[in-house]
Write a protein that binds this ligand. Structure first.
Ligand SMILES: [Zn+2]
Ligand SMILES: [Zn+2]
Length: 435
C-alpha cells in the first residue's frame, strides 16, 4: 500500500472513533489536575489504552503513561506526546473548586489528539505496514508551577527536575525514542483552523526567593523589626531598574509572584517568599539575566538589613523545531485544511519542556487552532472540537506514516542529517549545573 492509501485509512479510522476521542477530552477537562498529581487523568488514559488492547506502562515521572504500537519492524521509534496537566484558574468554568485546576492551556486536547492518532494507527492496521514503533506518551507536568511543592518532591527524592519531560529524560523514559511530536492549542483570532509551525521559544531558570527579617509589633515597635517585605519590594524594584539592560532580541522575562507576604497585618513581616522564572531566548541570555536578577534581589536585602536566600532550579531549555519534520507536518495540514492553513512562527517568549527534548532529538511542537480566549484565563475553551481533537490527531498520524512507511526511509534520512544540540549526558550535566 502506498503512503496515500495508508493515510486515507488512518484518517477514516480516526474519524470513526471521533465520539470516543471527544469524550476522552471532555472527561479530562471535567477533572483537571495539576502537574505530578494527574492520577485521575492517568486512569482515564489507561482505560482508553485497555479498551483498544494497546499495551502500556505507568508511573513514568509519577503519573506518565506510555503506550506502544508495534510496527512491522522496530527500525525506528517515534513518540507522539500529550501533556496531562492543568493550570490554576479558579474562575474557569470547568475549574476544580478546591484546587482551582483548569484546562486553561488545553492540554486535555493534546491527550485527545495523541490518543486519536494512536487509536487510528492501531485500528486501521496501518502499523503492519510501518517500519517502526509508535510510542503514545501521556506526559506529566508541562507547566512549571507550585515550585515549592515540587521542590519538596525533589528533596524527598521523588523527582529530580521540576518539569515533566526533563524528569522523563533523566529517568530514561525517552531512551530508544528517535524523535517526538505533539501539538499545542493556540488562539489565533478567528482563524481557528490555522496551524502555526516551526519557530522557537524561550527557555528559563526557575527560582525560589526567600527573604528573612525579624518580626516586631508593626505599630508599637517597628524599630525592633527588620521588614522582609520591604526588602523584597526593593529587590523587585532593583530588578526593574535592570530591565533596560536586557536586550530586546534576548526576550528576557522575569515575572515573580509573592507566595508569602507576611503573617499578620500588625506584625512586621519576618518572612517573605517569592517564585519566579528568568526567561530568555538562549542559554547565554538566560544565565546573564539570571546573574543580574540575583544581584538585584540581594540588593534589596542589603538595603534593609534582611537576609535573602535564592535557590536557582533547573528550568526549561529554548525550543527548536526540526525543519524536516515541520515540512512533513505542514504538507499534511495542507491536505487536511487547505493551502492557507499553516503559517510559519517566529519566536515565542513562553517556554515549554518540549524545548529540553528538542535539544536531544528532532521534535515538532506546532501551535494549532480549535480554541478561543487567552491561554491560562477563564475564557480559554475549545470552540472547534473537530479541529482540536480530530484533525490534529489525523495530522500527526499522517506525519508518522510519512516517517515510517517505505522502510522508514524518511526517518532514516532525517536522522542521518541530524545533529542533536546536546547528548543526554550533556543535557543532564547542564541541568545539574543550575543551582
Ligand atoms: Zn500553559
Ligand atoms: Zn500548555
Amino acid at each position: 500500500m502506498n503512503k496515500q492509501e495508508l493515510k486515507d485509512r488512518v484518517r477514516t479510522a480516526i474519524r470513526k472513533q471521533a465520539n470516543e476521542i471527544t469524550a476522552l477530552a471532555e472527561a479530562i477537562a471535567r477533572e483537571p489536575e495539576l502537574g505530578f498529581k494527574e492520577h485521575k487523568t492517568a486512569a482515564k488514559i489507561q482505560s482508553f489504552f485497555q479498551q483498544r488492547n494497546i499495551p502500556f506502562t505507568t508511573e513514568h515521572a509519577i503519573t506518565g503513561v506510555k503506550g506502544t504500537l508495534k510496527g512491522r519492524s522496530s527500525r525506528r521509534n517515534i513518540a507522539v506526546l500529550g501533556e496531562m496537566d492543568a493550570v490554576t484558574c479558579f474562575d474557569h468554568p470547568l475549574a476544580n473548586t478546591e484546587t482551582g485546576a483548569a484546562h486553561a492551556c488545553g492540554h486535555h486536547a493534546q491527550i485527545a489528539a495523541m490518543m486519536g492518532c494512536g487509536a487510528g494507527l492501531a485500528a486501521s492496521g496501518v502499523m503492519d505496514e510501518l517500519d517502526g514503533d509508535v510510542t503514545l506518551f501521556a506526559v506529566p507536568a508541562e507547566e512549571y508551577v507550585e515550585i515549592e511543592y515540587r521542590n519538596r518532591l525533589r528533596q524527598e527524592g521523588k523527582i529530580r527536575y521540576l518539569g515533566g519531560k526533563a524528569e522523563l529524560i533523566r529517568c530514561g523514559a525517552f531512551d530508544g525514542i528517535d524523535m517526538a511530536m505533539m501539538v499545542h492549542l493556540s488562539t489565533d483570532g478567528d482563524k481557528n483552523r490555522v496551524m502555526g509551525i516551526g519557530g522557537t521559544s524561550n527557555g528559563f531558570v526557575g527560582k525560589m526567593i526567600h527573604y528573612t527579617g525579624r518580626e516586631a509589633h508593626a505599630a508599637g515597635a517597628p524599630d525592633k523589626g527588620i521588614n522582609a517585605l520591604n526588602a523584597a519590594m526593593i529587590g523587585l524594584m532593583a530588578v526593574n531598574a535592570m530591565r533596560e539592560t536586557f536586550r530586546d532580541e534576548d526576550y528576557v522575562r522575569f515575572h515573580p509572584i509573592i507566595t508569602k507576604g507576611g503573617d499578620l497585618v500588625n506584625v512586621i513581616p519576618a518572612e517573605v517568599r517569592l517564585e519566579s522564572y528568568v526567561r530568555g531566548k538562549t542559554v547565554e541570555s538566560i544565565l546573564d539575566a539570571n546573574f543580574k536578577v540575583n544581584r538585584a534581589l540581594r540588593g534589596g536585602a542589603a538595603a534593609i538589613g534582611a537576609e535573602v536566600e535564592i535557590s536557582d532550579l533547573p528550568g526549561y531549555l529554548p525550543l527548536v523545531n526540526n525543519d524536516r519534520m515541520t515540512e512533513l507536518f505542514r504538507r499534511n495540514a495542507v491536505t487536511l485544511l487547505g493551502e492557507n492553513s499553516t503559517k510559519p512562527l517566529g519566536h515565542n517568549p513562553g517556554s515549554t519542556d518540549m524545548g529540553d527534548l528538542s535539544h536531544i532529538m528532532p521534535i515538532i511542537h506546532p501551535w494549532v487552532g480549535g480554541v478561543t480566549g487567552v491561554a491560562h484565563t477563564r475564557d480559554f475553551r475549545v470552540c472547534d472540537p473537530e479541529m482540536a481533537y480530530i484533525i490534529n490527531a489525523q495530522c500527526m498520524a499522517m506525519t508518522v506514516i510519512d516517517l515510517l512507511a517505505d522502510q522508514a526511509a524518511e526517518a532514516d534520512e532525517l536522522l542521518e542529517n541530524y545533529q542533536p544540540k546536546m547528548t543526554k549526558k550533556q543535557y543532564l550535566a547542564f541541568m545539574e549545573s543550575i543551582k
